[in-house]
Design a binder for this molecule. Structure first.
Ligand code: DGT
Ligand code: CA
Ligand code: CA
Ligand code: ZN
Length: 591
């Protein structure tokens, strides 16, 4: 069972409790939802943790749910879950996957219209809604009938509750909306908040914060957004809309003097905020988006903060970078004034996973821009070094000698461009396949033409963990192989990565000074942040690359830097933030 399936199951249990008796089961509902969130977010498979007897290390999952999960992995089912689920009509469950459908609403519709077949319930519901019968139900009406129809249509178009956006897409939505908001004379400042500001790899909905002296005018302007599909909620200082395309945008507006607490609250994460709130509670304080309520000379007063720094300072802490606000130790470190100096975009001195359009006849994709164009772009970015790493010439269509000759031709082109560009050092690499046997796709003679090789897996992804780990380590053992590209092979919203024994790979990479890549390509972001964090703790070297296939894609570097920051990486960890001489001696060193 994958993490996603487990998380779905836990949400189903929470929903069943809510249907049975929401008040009575309040704490169970929260516990199951929290566990579902945690498991969905983590990049370690819960099943692996179970096998290693480490389920207890899953944050956010309490002992009783851990025991249920153990039973699930041991026997394939959980007696307790079956008891809970038995009390809810099966036709309710498919409805829970439709956006905007809560357990209560699903249960009511199923009970009233006597839906019994889980396979047809969504079609049955659509028919009832079209016939106008839902509008007559108490507590529903014409509008909610139309909403239900729309939600079903969107669901059929593939929009599910778990449909999360990749970061640049959410970024673009937010930027458009921010530009629109700033057109209002009532908007003082406008910011992207939530997971977007924390730079998570995927984004559920876009959250925006605005400061203004006239809250109602800003809300009015917000809901008048020309590309909106519909308004979900409109209050005095908050509102939510769905824009065309089905994505949700939430806004919160407060006076400028409250900016500090507003940004802090709305950036989250939820877990980070809950931990802060617990700390504050110990002093008898309470936190909100409007400030900190404290007892002062016997009276409750609301202290306000116009910057986040002041807000955190009031809690005796240093300001915490948004990327690490996940309650994974950052609060304790901020209290000790001991947060690490996270890597920044401006620290990056070069990009190494670059595909030019040089006709090297690879079996995978070629880039679209010339070596020269990409060098010009790297110089504009202020880089001191860079590396070309086209895919190796395909082994199926070429002899070893042909591969050698093609590589040599590509090198000649690089050398030609290097001659007229002295301000940047250009390295000759190739992105070389690690074959299923662990051998590299090109032989020692072709490798000798390179400064170093980036090695990666592009075929036969499903292998048992031990075998895959051996394969990778064998490929990476070759002296020229210095970088392992996109180490998990995951494609966000498409496929999860292959199975790797990280402990073993980290130990090997560390002792042989091989770098694991943080691939900045938005649907890869691979290594994922949680694994970066572990690599950083173990002292493994990392490199941030864009995997660009055009010159303009070198702009994607920012997304890789976000992942590195979310993994608590500093300059010491990231080899391509090192000065040219240090970097060069690492790259050319053979161990
Ligand atoms: P997402 O949208 O799933 O990618 O994740 P977020 O983190 O953007 O979550 P979202 O949109 O539900 O809420 C945005 C922020 O608002 C969240 O990170 C913290 C704050 N917030 C929302 N709900 C709660 C809550 O129940 N308690 C606290 N303390 N903060 C909350
Ligand atoms: Ca959000
Ligand atoms: Ca939200
Ligand atoms: Zn590549």
């Amino acid at each position: 069972m994958t993490n996603q399936e487990i998380s779905h199951l836990l949400r189903t249990i929470a929903a069943s409790y809510a249907i049975k008796d929401e008040k009575k089961h309040y704490f169970q509902i929260i516990a199951y939802q929290k566990a579902a969130d945690a498991i969905e977010k983590t990049t370690t498979e819960a099943k692996d943790l179970y096998k290693e007897d480490k389920l207890a290390t899953l944050p956010g999952v309490g002992p009783s749910i851990q025991a249920h999960l153990s039973e699930l992995f041991r026997t394939g089912k959980v007696k307790h879950f079956e008891t809970v689920l038995k009390e809810v009509p099966p036709a309710v469950f498919p409805l829970l996957d439709i956006p905007s459908f809560g357990p209560k609403k699903a249960f009511k519709l199923v009970s009233v219209f006597k839906f019994t077949n889980p396979k047809t319930v969504i079609d049955d519901l659509a028919k009832i809604a079209e016939s106008g019968k839902i509008a007559d139900l108490e507590g529903f009406g014409e509008k909610s009938q139309a909403d239900i129809l729309r939600a079903v249509q969107e669901y059929r178009l593939g929009k599910t509750k778990s449909g999360r956006m990749v970061l640049p897409y959410a970024n673009e939505l937010a930027e458009k909306m921010l530009t629109y908001l700033r057109k209002s004379k009532y908007v003082k400042d406008a910011y992207a908040m939530g997971s977007l500001r924390r730079r998570r790899d995927t984004i559920g909905d876009v959250d925006l914060a605005v400061t203004s002296g006239k809250l109602d005018e800003v809300i009015k302007h917000f809901v008048a957004y020309p590309y909106k599909d519909r308004v979900i909620e409109k209050g005095p200082q908050t509102s939510s809309i769905i824009i065309s395309g089905g994505k949700q945008i939430d806004i919160m507006v407060l006076k400028p003097e409250l900016a500090g607490s507003l940004l802090q609250h709305f950036t989250g994460s939820k877990a980070h905020n809950i931990k802060l709130r617990e700390l504050a509670l110990k002093k008898g304080w309470s936190l909100s988006e409007k400030g900190i309520k404290q007892t002062y000379q016997g009276k409750k007063v609301m202290k306000t903060y116009d910057t986040e720094e002041k807000f955190y300072k009031a809690l005796s802490m240093d300001w915490i970078p948004p990327e690490i606000r996940e309650d994974t130790g950052e609060i304790e470190r901020a209290l000790k004034h001991d947060l690490p100096p996270l890597i920044e975009l401006k620290d990056i001195k070069g990009d190494f996973h670059l595909h030019s359009n040089f006709p090297i006849e690879p079996s995978h994709d070629l880039g679209a821009d010339t070596i020269k164009t990409m060098v010009d772009t790297a110089k504009q970015r202020g880089y001191s070094y860079m590396g070309f790493s086209e895919h190796n010439p395909s082994t199926g269509n070429h002899t070893a000698q042909q591969i050698y000759t093609l590589t040599q031709k590509r090198n000649n082109e690089i050398e030609k461009v290097q001659k007229s560009n002295k301000s940047i050092r250009i390295f000759k690499l190739l992105e070389t396949d690690i074959q299923p046997s662990g051998d590299l796709a090109i032989d020692e003679k072709a490798l000798s033409l390179l400064d170093a090789a980036i090695v990666s897996i592009h075929s036969v992804f499903s292998m048992p963990k031990e075998q895959m780990t051996k394969r990778i380590i064998k490929g990476l053992s070759r002296p020229k192989a210095k970088i392992l590209a996109h180490p998990t092979g995951r494609i966000i919203n498409e496929r999860s990565g292959y199975e790797v024994d990280w402990e073993e790979l980290f130990a090997f990479a560390k002792s042989h000074k091989k770098a694991l890549e943080i691939n900045a390509w938005p649907t890869r972001l691979d290594l994922p942040d949680e694994i970066v964090r572990k690599a950083v703790e173990k002292g493994v070297l990392l490199i941030i690359d864009t995997d660009s296939h055009t010159a303009s894609q070198m702009d994607l570097m920012q997304y890789g830097v976000s992942v590195a920051r979310r993994g608590w990486a500093t300059k010491a960890n990231i080899v391509n933030s090192w000065p040219l001489d240090t970097f060069t001696s690492w790259l050319l060193n053979r161990e």
